[in-house]
Design a protein around this ligand. Structure first.
Ligand SMILES: [Fe+2]
Length: 182
């Protein structure tokens, strides 16, 4: 179950309904997939080959198609990051910059963990969404955010796209975020 942390107030939001409600108010889609469906060798395994990535897509085929139908996604794939990923450090540095996309950023975590830092609407300011296996999130189009790993430094995620070329990161310079980091 995802946990929310609001950076300005240090408020922590936990529990399915609370998290769902908070994210819904922010226009962020959130749902859960049942990762107990994964075969044993894929549970918690973030060092997977192309064949195993294909297997992940097959296990969640119904969930993927349901999400795609509801929101217009036409392509999907699996990304796996771990210490085995070449240049993980420089990859993460690239990730950790606030940016926007011209389409939703959809991620379904099937192993490991990840964290989205998202700029809230109105007075919310930036908030963190800590994701664990089974968490599915869609950061809306043009919403400033970034993604990074958590302490376990590994993740497997299904990504869905309307058009993969829409998933280019456009940097978003935000003095509000720079102040928070300082
Ligand atoms: Fe992004």
């Amino acid at each position: 179950m995802a946990v929310i942390k609001i950076r300005n107030t240090n408020e922590r939001i936990e529990g399915t309904e609370n998290v769902k409600q908070f994210l819904e108010n922010e226009g962020v889609l959130y749902e859960r997939w049942d990762t107990s469906k994964l075969p044993e060798e894929l549970k918690g395994n973030c060092q997977i080959n192309d064949e195993q990535k294909e297997e992940v897509l097959q296990v969640f085929d119904e969930e993927i198609r349901s999400l795609a139908e509801r929101n217009g996604y036409v392509k999907w794939d699996v990304v796996a990051l771990s210490e085995a990923t070449p240049d993980l450090e420089s990859l993460l540095k690239k990730f950790e910059q606030v940016h926007v996309h011209t389409e939703d950023e959809v991620r379904a975590i099937t192993a490991g963990h990840g964290i989205f830092i998202i700029k809230g609407q109105g007075d919310t300011g930036y908030f963190d969404v800590e994701l664990e296996p089974g968490d599915v999130i869609s950061v809306p189009v043009e919403t400033p955010h970034f993604f990074t790993l958590m302490d376990d430094r590994q993740v497997v995620a299904v990504r869905l796209f309307i058009d993969p070329s829409g998933w280019v990161a456009h940097p978003f310079k935000d003095p509000e975020f720079e102040e928070q980091k300082a």
